[in-house]
Design a protein around this ligand. Sequence first.
Ligand SMILES: [Zn+2]
Length: 268
Amino acid sequence: MTRLLLGAHVDQTNPIIEAQARDADLVQFFLGDPQGWKGPVVAYEDGAAGLAAAACDAGVDLYVHAPYVINVATTNNRIRIPSRKLLQQTVNMAAKIGARGVIVHGGHVLKDDDPEVGFDNWRKCIDQLEMPCPVLIENTAGGDNAMARRLERLERLWAALGKANGGDTVGFCLDTCHFHAGGEELATVVERVKAITGRIDLVHANDSQDGFDSGRDRHANLGAGKIAEDDLVAVVKAAGAPVVVETPGLVEGQGADIAWLRARLGTA
Ligand SMILES: [Zn+2]
C-alpha cells in the first residue's frame, strides 16, 4: 500500500518545527483564537507567504482548523451571519499559506428546531462561499440536534450540499473519537460514510476517554482510551486519507501516537 501521511494538531507559532519534532508529514493548527471572532491571523514570524514557502521546503502539508465558534447551521442570525464571514476569512487565509484544507465542524441547530433548516443553512453558506482552499466538514461527538453526529443526519447534510453551487467540492473529515462518542460503530463507519459522501479527505485519529454513544468529546492518546485498537487502525487503513492526531502530550504524546500508527500500518 502507499504510505499514509501522518501528523498532528500543533501550536500555530512555528508549525514546521512542530512537525519535525514529531516526525510528522503534515500538521493542523488554528489561525488565531479558536474561541474568538476576531478573524484569522498568521502567527508564523515570516507571515503567510513565508509559511507557505517553509512548508514547501520542508515537505510538510498544512491543514487549518477553523474556530470552534463557527456554526453556519444555526437558526440564530447573530451566530450564523458572523460564522459565514469568519469561515470565508479563514478559507481565504488558509489559501494564502497553501493549506490543503480547512476543517470545520458540522454545527447544530437549537433543541426545538427542525434540522432541515440547518441543512438548508449549510446549502446557503456553501452557495455563497468562495473556496480557494477546500472546506472539509467534520463529524461531531455531542448534541441532540447536531448536523453531523450520526450518519442519518450526514446523509441529509450531503443531500443539501448537493444542491449548492460548489457543493460537490466540499470534503469530509472523519474523527474517530467523535464517531465513537457520537454513537456510530467504527468497524463499519468508513464504508458507510463513503456511501454517503463518496470521499474521506482527512482522518482525525483520536482515542476517546469516554464510552460509546456518551456524547462526550474528550480525546485520549491512541491505545489509552475506550476505542478498540483494531477499530482505530482499521478506520485509518480503510479511509486511506492523511491522518491528524489531536491528542494530549504535545511533542512526546503526539510523537508516540504517530509512531504507534506507523508501527501498525506497516509503514515505519
Ligand atoms: Zn477532530
